[in-house]
Ligand binder design. Structure first.
Ligand code: GLU
Length: 477
């Protein structure tokens, strides 16, 4: 894209790599991405890995893999907070020098005492500002205490922002403590790093989960102290599980890559995630491009949205129907391979499989399983024997034996196969299913398959004859 048409809108996705990327996180990423794409802006990926104990490389990798699978391409990054420590240090030093932040020498024990005393008086526990510049004049820092750094929060007035999802939010400064922005070991804290990064990365729109709403007034104060107007905020409501509870591991496969492995299409996943809290009229099935064309923050609902597996499955099937057969076939190949079968020159192509099964399967895994019989003859286990015994009986045996012979002779087209079966049934006074069902059972080991002429055609004449041999010989040998 030529630089000239890029807008200055910049969004970011800033996950903490402490677990797999769950659906709520992926939805946040999607909204930030779609916003940037809609406005021809820039989408930045930032990995918030300052919590070294809880951050893992595996989680970072899962985030990158999930974004790649979903097609959420970033224009800048990934930036790692862990690599930006010198920059945070620089800003901390500058804030101290300018009186925007200060060292606080209160020990954890003193803080506990303060809290207890305040609670005993019926007050809300909060830091009392005793180490603020001005309150420590003439006092020496206590020996041996490693100080934290606190942000000097304004005392009066309130912080107000027009949240693009929640509307106007106002928080009185009297409610906000002097936030610790660096721990006693010198490491900067979350709210501080986010602001430094959002400033340095010139973020114009912060779109994130509403679990961060409480952080926002603190961050806004830090932005202003540093001389910057805060970005636009849009806090997106939680995604709830099917049972209305907060989405968690209890709800099954919630890591994005588990959906990839379960045979969902990224297009369907994007469509599904978008509809978790965002809508465009009554549109339910739409492409990723349509989403980018339509996406606006104002259409995000302030109410929590609920996850719904049936809807995801339905959307997946709709998107499977929309993809060209050869493209869907290409995506099916790894799933066929997982079933231990391989489309190839002498076996049905993945496009054949797609054409046969896409109306019936809701995931690629289901499609590959259903198609397995096209590659491997059904196992002749007891269930199979019982099915065959049920289907082949004295009234249709002769018709089926004739069909076997005629299969060798007809032209190998779906029409010819179908008319052969119908005519043979009629000749013997049978209804078509009385010959079609046993043939299904023999070739597929199940009565639930796409139309019989279609599956025999794809299976090929030789393989069909091999599987139907019992019709001629009367035994399985
Ligand atoms: N790292 C935070 C999280 O994963 C997000 C921070 C933000 O978006 O401002 O919840």
């Amino acid at each position: 894209m030529p630089e000239s048409i890029l807008s200055s809108d910049r969004t970011r996705f800033a996950p903490s790599p402490t677990g797999y990327l769950h659906l709520g996180g992926a939805r946040t990423a999607l909204f930030s991405w779609a916003y940037a794409r809609h406005h021809q802006g820039t989408f930045v990926l930032r990995i918030e890995d300052t919590d070294r104990e809880r951050s893992t490389d595996a989680a970072t990798q899962a985030i990158l893999d999930s974004m790649a699978w979903l097609g959420l391409t970033y224009d800048e990054g990934p930036f790692y907070q862990s690599a930006r420590m010198p920059r945070y240090r620089e800003v901390l030093d500058d804030m101290i020098a300018r009186g925007l932040a200060y060292y606080c020498y209160m020990t954890p024990e003193e803080l506990d005492q303060l809290r207890e005393a305040q609670m005993a008086r019926g007050e809300k526990p909060r830091y009392d500002g005793r180490c603020r510049p001005g309150n420590t004049v003439g006092k020496m820092p206590p020996p041996g205490v490693k100080p934290v750094i606190r942000f000097r929060n304004p005392d009066d007035g309130s912080v107000v922002w027009e949240d693009r999802v929640k509307g106007r939010v106002e928080v009185a400064n009297s409610e906000l403590d002097d936030l610790v922005i660096a721990r006693s070991d010198g490491t900067p804290t979350y709210n501080f790093c986010v602001v430094v990064d959002d400033i340095d990365m010139k973020i114009t729109h912060v779109i994130r989960g509403d679990d961060h709403v409480n952080n926002t007034p603190r961050q806004i104060n830090i932005f202003r102290a540093l001389g910057y107007e805060p970005p636009v905020f849009a806090h997106v409501p939680t995604v709830l599980g099917e049972d209305g509870q907060k989405l968690s591991k209890r709800h099954g496969a919630v890591g994005v890559m588990e959906y990839a492995n379960a045979g969902y299409l990224p297009e369907a996943m994007i469509n599904f995630l978008a509809r978790l809290g965002w809508a465009h009229g009554n549109d339910e099935v739409f492409s990723t491009q349509m989403l980018c064309d339509w996406f606006e923050l104002d259409a995000i609902s302030p109410a929590p949205s609920r996850f719904n597996t049936d809807k995801l499955r339905w959307l997946n099937q709709e998107h499977m129907k929309l993809l060209p057969a050869d493209e869907l076939g290409r995506r099916l190949i790894p799933f066929l391979e997982k079933e231990g079968v391989m489309p190839g020159a002498s076996s049905p192509s993945s496009t054949d499989v797609v054409t046969l099964f896409r109306e019936r399967a809701t995931t690629l895994v289901e499609m590959a399983r259903a198609a397995r019989f096209l590659y491997v003859a059904p196992e002749r286990d007891t269930a199979y024997q019982e099915l065959i015994a049920q289907q082949i009986q004295d009234n249709n045996r002769a018709a089926l034996a004739e069909i076997y012979d005629e299969i060798s002779a007809i032209e190998w087209t779906r029409d010819a196969i179908q008319s052969l079966l119908k005519v043979a049934a009629k000749r013997h006074g049978l209804k078509p299913p009385q010959v079609m069902m046993p043939i299904r059972a023999l070739v597929a080991g199940t009565l639930h398959t796409p139309s019989i002429d279609a599956i025999l055609y794809v299976l090929g004449r030789d393989e069909t004859l091999t599987r139907l041999r019992v019709l001629k010989t009367g035994n399985e040998g």
